[in-house]
Ligand binder design. Structure first.
Ligand code: 2HA
Ligand code: ZN
Length: 270
């Protein structure tokens, strides 16, 4: 099967365009990775050892033997869908060795500069839930604005968003991880992000952007939309004087009871 005909590859291209349209992926902002299912991987018929090999120290064991669709470094999300061969590709992570192989695409290019963080995040999320296979990063505008105004403490940040709309608790009862600003692309920010991701699917980087993970591309995208919407509503309410307190702890607990959810431990007072 032609790798570009895989429905999830098309889905990734469509969603990246949608993200750009929303203003969340200016210039080369944002990156996406998707761990192919065994069926998708088998349909490719790739022969390990035949692709371009690129060194990558510290490949996590959890993704070995797997195939990962990923966006290219420097890729513009608005152009992705019309140039899959250069701006995206599929990498094979071999069973051994500090490297990966470019099996398809990524012509004259390489995966996102955050590829090691994506692989490590994928491994961490897979360990928590074997169905998690997507990592998305972008610069969602209201999330960014919120990091300039809202409490930096991640518990306070999560509670502020849970209180603004009912859907917040429904979509992310596990809460939001918050990494205060530091330079991106390095080990410090990667380590801090992974620590948060062990038991959460959303991690915000102060003054930079947001990471979400999910079982499907639409799942991870839905989390992005929801967290951005919550931030937008919170900011609007704040600008208008924030006169009402929002959903209180009792109400949040009621949402959890109604929908069978477990809120992050220690966040609610009842
Ligand atoms: O891929 O958003 O954080 C470009 C970025 C890096
Ligand atoms: Zn970024």
């Amino acid at each position: 099967m032609d790798w570009k005909s895989i429905p999830t590859v098309k889905e990734a291209a469509e969603l990246s365009y949608l993200m750009w349209e929303r203003g969340w992926d200016e210039a080369n902002g944002g990156n996406i990775s998707y761990l192919l299912t065994d069926e998708e991987a088998e349909s490719l018929g790739y022969v390990p050892g035949t692709g371009r090999t690129i060194e990558l120290p510290g490949v996590p064991d959890g993704v070995r033997g797997k195939y990962v669709f990923v966006t290219a470094t420097g890729s513009h999300f608005r152009e992705l869908k019309d140039n899959l061969d250069e701006l995206t590709g599929i990498c094979y992570i071999p069973e051994e060795g500090d490297c990966y192989e470019i099996a398809y695409g990524l012509e004259n290019s390489r995966p996102t500069s955050e590829f090691d963080t994506h692989l490590a995040a994928m491994a961490v999320r897979l360990a928590a839930d074997p169905e998690q296979r997507v990592v998305m990063h972008n610069h969602a505008t209201s999330v960014l604005a919120m990091t300039h105004v809202a409490p930096i403490d991640e518990k306070e940040f999560t509670l502020a968003l849970w209180r603004v709309i009912t859907e917040a608790m429904v979509l992310f009862p596990d809460g939001i991880g918050y990494v205060p600003w530091c330079v991106c692309g390095g080990k410090e920010i990667a380590d801090k992000t992974l620590e948060k991701m062990r038991d959460r699917r959303i991690v915000i980087w102060g003054y930079h952007g947001v990471f979400t993970t999910g079982k499907s591309l639409h799942d991870a995208f839905g989390l992005l939309e929801t967290v951005n919407k919550c931030c937008e509503v919170w900011l609007t309410a704040e600008a208008c004087g924030h006169r009402n307190p929002g959903i209180d702890d009792k109400g949040l607990r009621e949402i959890c009871d109604t929908f069978g959810l477990t809120p992050r431990e220690g966040y609610l007072t009842c």
